[in-house]
Write a protein that binds this ligand. Structure first.
Ligand SMILES: Nc1ncnc2c1ncn2[C@@H]1O[C@H](COP(=O)(O)OP(=O)(O)O)[C@@H](O)[C@H]1O
Ligand SMILES: O=C(OP(=O)(O)O)[C@H](O)COP(=O)(O)O
Length: 404
């Protein structure tokens, strides 16, 4: 790693700012956190700082959204999970925040207010400009060390993510370190054959990943499922029916069909797509081969013939990267494709999962421990897999050069 980690620094007695990503699904009316996976993933980093004075920094949602809210419930949730008091401070850089930080004692933990309540945190800027923001100047004067553990936000070039590392000694937290190391292994060191299973609805991201990993010889094959699978079927001149075509249009992805065609013309023999699908007809699940999909029924899952052959293919892999479900798994009639592929992928030597929906199904199935890594990042994980260096990772590297 070209950045420093917790092993490289002394934290005892230091005032340590820890940037985490506790941005979680919330019920805005009751302020209840609906999924605490990100909290659980950051716990080892916070516990590793038990001799320090810990100041937790995070954001929740974005301005204008219903779940853009204060962090009282986040502090309560963290307190329950680490079984130590966590004091919520309803301030970021004002006098009460500064006083709370300066009066911290070793072993104490406080959480400052939602960073995005400060307008500067919502700006996208270069690290050198971010360093000059009021937010970064004030925060960096209050602490000795910055630990960035917020992998889920690592693709955002925002002041806390890229400015703080320019202003103070900074290292990666344990989650950031594990995410970067596990996702890097996909590019180098993971056992072949390597297959990328690309499903769900974020077609533009999936096409970008497919392009990168096929053109750079990272993946041996791509397995296209979900709406991504429908795009590849359409690119192969298969009639996918009006409802599925309309969904692609309404998501703004008609242009992706042309990109899928280009991928097929260069790497066609490495792209596996459905040979059979399940549609809804008269309220029932009905299966068809892809050359006989009805004109007026939506594709909602893989058909059993495809499920069987894809399960066999997945089981023969050394590595799988799983991003996005095979169908509308929220409806039990159309969940089997997603469940069977997830079960098969859990048997492979090295298995990495990106994407909240896929990870949530894996947790629900109780298969989390059978996977090598479930990323906490959605956009961050995808950007990483398209080969881009994430701004926060680059900033940690630059910081280590400056202060390490
Ligand atoms: N054929 C399909 N038609 C419509 N929606 C689909 C289809 N296949 C999968 N989906 C939907 O994709 C959604 C998840 O996609 P996405 O957000 O890309 O996954 P992830 O969060 O794992 O990255 C699910 O809500 C699922 O219902
Ligand atoms: O949840 C996040 O991203 P994700 O939904 O892509 O996983 C991060 O907290 C970043 O949030 P943002 O997309 O509002 O900058």
């Amino acid at each position: 790693m070209a950045f420093g980690t917790l092993k490289d620094v002394e934290t005892k007695g230091k005032t340590v700012f820890v940037r985490v990503d506790f941005n979680s699904p919330m019920d805005p009316s009751s302020e209840t956190i609906l999924d605490d996976k990100r909290f659980r993933e950051h716990i080892p980093t916070i516990l590793a700082l038990e001799d320090a004075k810990v100041v937790v920094l995070t954001h929740q949602s974005r301005p204008g959204k219903k779940d853009f809210t204060t962090l009282k419930s986040h502090a309560d949730k963290l307190e329950r999970l680490i079984k130590r008091p966590v004091t919520y401070i309803d301030d970021i850089i004002g006098r009460s925040a500064r006083e709370a930080v300066s009066s911290l004692r070793n072993g104490e933990v406080i959480m400052l207010e939602n960073l995005r309540f400060n307008a500067e945190e919502n700006l996208t800027m270069q690290p050198e400009d971010a360093k000059k923001t009021h937010l970064v100047r004030m925060l960096s004067e209050m602490g000795d060390l910055f630990v960035n553990d917020a992998f889920g936000t690592a693709h955002r070039s925002q002041p806390s993510m890229v400015g703080l590392p320019m202003a103070m000694k900074s290292v990666a937290g344990l989650l950031m370190e594990r995410e970067v190391s596990m996702l890097s292994k996909v590019f180098s060191g993971a056992p072949h054959p390597i297959i990328f299973i690309l499903g769900g609805t974020k077609v533009d991201d999936s096409i970008a990943v497919a392009e990168h990993v096929l053109s750079n010889g990272i993946a041996d094959q791509i397995l296209a499922i979900g709406v991504v699978g429908n795009i590849f079927l359409a690119a192969s001149e298969i009639e996918i029916g009006n409802p599925s075509r309309q969904l692609i249009e309404s998501l703004g992805y008609l242009g992706e069909i042309e990109k899928a065609k280009q991928i097929l013309s260069s790497y066609g023999d490495q792209v596996v797509m459905p040979v059979s699908v399940a549609v809804r007809e008269d309220g029932q699940r009905v299966e068809y081969p892809v050359d006989g999909i009805p004109e007026d029924a939506p594709i909602l899952d893989l058909g059993s013939v495809s499920i069987q052959s894809m399960v066999q293919l997945i089981k023969s892999q050394g590595t799988i990267v799983f991003n996005g479900p095979a169908g509308v798994f929220e409806d039990p009639d159309f969940a089997i494709g997603t469940y069977e592929l997830i079960r098969a992928a859990s048997t492979v030597d090295f298995s990495v999962v990106g994407g909240g929906h896929t990870a949530a199904v894996i947790e629900k199935m109780g298969l989390e421990s059978s996977y090598s890594h479930l990323s906490t990042g959605g956009g961050a994980c995808i950007e990483f897999l398209t080969g881009k260096k994430l701004p926060a990772v680059r900033a940690l590297e630059a910081s280590w050069e400056l202060f390490g």
